[in-house]
Structures are given as structure tokens and as C-alpha cells.
Design a protein around this ligand. Structure first.
Ligand SMILES: [Zn+2]
Length: 472
């Protein structure tokens, strides 16, 4: 037979190993994986000699900003950056306007994505309206999202309608999601403690980016640790699958280890800013609001890398959060009025490949963290792997090439990246989504509408390698 596309000469990297092989693609799926040089007829051949062939990254946490905030980013620009960054599936977060917290709004957002996405996608629906949850769960989504934070002093990015910090209301949401079998993603945050802590800073007249950084990381991350404790306890009582966002403190790592040892169905993610940006106080001083997301005190860095290696943290997703310079600038003097979050979808795969080349993690573990584990955690049986029958979602990378991350190569509307000036080894050269080339030769060549909803079609599986405690 003749295949549609053959990728020749590359080294395949999976979550468990690497080997030289050629890949044949028929339609949207991987049809054969054969020894290098095996004669295969194909309409098109990609020469991957000297390159590594990875399953495309699956980012389950990305802020695409559409509908409602398209001056920052939109579905086309966000999924273009995904294509350029080797990301073949991207899950949208619900802090858009209107937020997808009802069936009608979710359906409207799904329509938008069907028309506009370049890579595959899903939408993490806002789980804030319990009586909508059962029907929303029938729309092919993988997860619901709740922010425990409700902003004080600004109405974005954590606006009312998507934030819940009342514990009873949270319990009600856990109970409503449990029977759906879907995951609940939560941004852990203790609003009552935060209110006290931030008022302490404000009373001293401290409102700048450094004060903001210190407030959110105060007392060894008390607002993160206490929130995670509550969420894990709610999980235990309701059985709802919990995905913890923004893992960044030693205290939360300890809790995740204990929960996994007890067999709780919990997954956790790390965002690139926690190990490449916010974990260096000098970045907070130099970049101010542009470095926040959050300050992650330096003593957490090594434990976080260890947790990535040993499976305590299951997966890496971006928390890609683009804001304009105009929205960041006020943060130099009053960071509570600036929009928090940092963009990263275009560059996080190269940054983690670079970390692998520097010996931080194995290349296989990076592939697991960015592709295979997120697919397993959210039931995407045909994604995140290089196997016959899997979707041909592929990133071809050059690990010998080096690139400098710069503002002028940012794809999107904001024109800046907090990683500007960073040199990384590991360049994404070609990205395929279900067999279609969406990025090649330095250009996004995919078309809006090619991306399809990545519906859960497999059993959920905790990816952690921490063994459950055994009796005796
Ligand atoms: Zn986020």
C-alpha cells in the first residue's frame, strides 16, 4: 500500500525509551512503525535524519482568551503558538467572557473552537454552577475547572463566576462532578488567609510587584498548602478525580505523596514559570509584574525537579497566560491592579528539552511529562504516544540546534515573553496534528478549523510512579 506520509531517519522518543525507526502515516493515524530504511511507498516523505521524533505535547492548562479578551490572545493566535511550539493538543481555561459555566455557553465556545483552532483542543468548563455539571459532562470535555481565588482590587483574571472559595460550595461542586467521572482541576488558594496577608502589606503601603510576590509566597506558601489540604480531603470524601494546578511548594509535594500513597486518584501539574522564571528573586526584581505568575522561593526548586523525576508531579502544562504590556505596567507600583500570569506555550517544550540535555530529567521523562502522562490523566487513549493506531500528533525536534528566545519571535498579540534572552538547545522544526502538517520551515501552515476536540475515549490512569502503600 501507499501511505500518505512517511517520516524517515529519525530517533523516536517515548515515555519509556528511544530507538531509530521510520513512521508511516495513513490519514490521521500512525499506520506503521518500522526499522529504519524499510522500503515504504508514500505520497510525501519527511527526512528526519539527525532529528528526534516526539509525540506532540498535550497542554491541559492554557488561557486562550477567547471569547471576551481577544485583545490579549485568541483561538487562532494561541493555537498558532501551539503549532510552533510542538503542542498538538491544548485545553482552554474558562476565565473568558462569558465563562463556560452553563451548557449553552459551553456549546457556543465549542462552536468557536470548531471554526478557529489549528491544533486539537478541549475546554475545561467552569464547574461553578452545580446543576449544569451533569449535562456539560456530555459535551466531550475532559475536566471542570474551579479557581479558589476571587480577586480583590481587580476583576481579572479571576473574576466572579469562575471563582469559589466557600468550602461548602466547593464540596457541592465535588459532589456534582463525582458521578460524571471527569476530573476537577483546581487552582488552590486560601482566600481568607490571603486577605489577612495582603492587608498586612497594604497597611505598610507596600503594593508593588515585590510585595505581591512576597504575599503570595508568605509563610512558606501557606495559602497554597492549606488549600491543597482542603482539596485533598474533599477528594477523599467524594471520590472526585482531582487535578491540582500550580504545584510549587514543598508542603504541597508532601501532601501529594501522602495522598498517592493512600491510593487517592489525584494528579498534579507543574507550570514552567515554577522552575524557569518565578523561582529566582532576581527575575522578580528585574522584570517586576512581567515575571509574575508567582514567586516560588528558591528552596523549592530542587524538590520540584525531584518531584518531576519521581512522579509526585504527574505532568507539565503551561498555564500560558498572555497579557498586554499595558495590563502589566501598573504592576510596578500596584501589582494587585495588574493582570497576573505569564505566556509560555510557544517555548516550554524547548525549555524542557534543554533541561533534559542539561541532565535535569531524562528525555523520556520529559516526553512523559509533556505528552504521555497528560493524555493518560485525561483519558485521551489515542494521543500522547508514538504507537500504531494512535493519532499522528508529532513534534520533530532538533536537539543539536540552539535558539534564543526573543520578543520578536513571539507568535500572538502581546509581543513579549518573560523568557526573552534565554538560550535553549532543542528546536521544534515540524509539528503534525493527526497527520496534517501545522508547522514547518519556521512557519505556521495549519489552518483554523483543522483542530478537533480531543474527547476522552480511554480509561483515566494516574501517571504517578509513587507506589501505593502496601499492607504489612
Ligand atoms: Zn492558569
Amino acid at each position: 500500500m501507499s501511505y500518505d506520509l512517511v517520516i524517515r531517519g529519525g530517533t523516536l522518543v517515548t515515555a519509556t525509551g528511544r530507538y531509530a525507526a521510520d513512521i508511516a502515516i495513513d490519514g490521521e493515524q500512525i499506520a506503521a512503525i518500522v526499522a529504519p530504511g524499510t522500503p515504504l511507498e508514500a505520497s510525501r516523505v519527511i527526512d528526519a535524519t539527525g532529528r528526534h521524533v516526539l509525540p506532540g505535547a498535550i497542554d491541559v492548562h492554557s488561557h486562550h482568551r477567547e471569547p471576551g479578551f481577544t485583545h490579549k490572545e485568541d483561538i487562532v493566535t494561541a493555537t498558532s503558538a501551539c503549532a510552533a511550539g510542538g503542542v498538538t493538543t491544548s485545553f482552554a481555561m474558562p476565565n473568558v467572557a462569558p465563562p463556560p459555566n452553563t451548557v449553552e455557553r459551553l456549546d457556543a465556545m465549542i462552536d468557536l473552537y470548531n471554526q478557529r483552532a489549528i491544533v486539537d483542543w478541549n475546554i475545561n468548563a467552569a464547574g461553578t454552577v452545580p446543576d449544569q455539571i451533569a449535562e456539560m459532562s456530555t459535551r466531550g470535555i475532559c475536566a471542570f475547572k474551579v479557581f479558589m481565588v476571587v480577586d480583590s482590587g481587580r476583576d481579572y483574571p479571576h473574576m466572579p463566576g469562575i471563582g469559589v472559595h466557600d468550602h461548602g460550595k466547593l464540596l457541592e461542586i465535588f459532589e456534582a462532578i463525582a458521578p460524571t467521572g471527569l476530573a476537577l482541576m483546581v487552582h488552590p488558594h486560601d482566600q481568607e488567609l490571603m486577605t489577612h496577608i495582603e492587608q498586612g502589606f497594604w497597611a505598610k503601603g507596600e503594593r508593588d510587584a515585590q510585595a505581591y510576590a512576597k504575599a503570595y509566597s508568605a509563610m512558606d506558601g501557606i495559602i497554597w498548602d492549606t488549600a491543597a489540604a482542603l482539596l485533598l480531603r474533599l477528594q477523599q470524601s467524594t471520590g472526585t478525580r482531582l487535578h491540582l494546578l500550580h504545584t510549587q511548594t514543598v508542603g504541597v509535594l508532601q501532601q501529594i505523596r501522602a495522598a498517592k500513597a493512600a491510593g487517592q486518584p489525584v494528579t498534579a501539574e507543574l507550570n514552567p514559570w515554577a522552575v524557569f522564571l518565578g523561582n529566582d528573586w532576581s527575575n522578580i526584581v528585574r522584570w517586576g509584574p512581567y515575571a509574575l505568575s508567582y514567586y516560588v522561593p528558591e528552596k523549592n526548586t530542587e524538590p520540584l525537579w525531584e518531584a518531576l523525576a519521581d512522579g509526585t508531579i504527574d505532568l507539565i502544562s503551561t498555564d500560558h497566560a498572555p497579557h498586554t504590556r499595558e495590563e502589566k505596567e501598573p504592576g510596578w507600583t500596584d501589582c494587585w491592579k495588574a493582570h497576573t500570569g505569564t505566556p509560555s506555550t510557544q517555548f516550554y517544550v524547548p525549555m524542557f528539552l534543554d533541561a533534559a540535555l542539561a541532565g535535569r530529567l531524562t528525555l523520556e521523562r520529559v516526553v512523559d511529562l509533556i505528552a504521555t502522562a497528560p493524555a493518560e490523566a485525561f483519558g485521551l487513549a489515542r494521543k500522547g504516544r508514538l504507537e500504531v493506531g494512535a493519532d499522528a500528533d508529532i513534534a520533530i525536534v532538533n536537539l543539536d540546534a540552539e535558539m534564543e528566545i526573543r520578543d520578536d519571535i513571539v507568535i500572538g498579540k502581546i509581543g513579549w515573553t518573560p523568557y526573552a534572552g534565554k538560550r535553549v538547545r532543542g528546536v521544534v522544526e515540524t509539528t503534525l496534528v493527526r497527520g496534517g502538517i501545522v508547522y514547518a520551515d519556521g512557519r505556521v501552515v495549519g489552518n483554523p478549523g483543522w483542530g478537533r476536540q480531543a474527547r476522552p475515549d480511554g480509561a483515566w490512569k494516574a501517571a504517578g510512579t509513587v507506589a501505593p502503600a502496601s499492607a504489612g
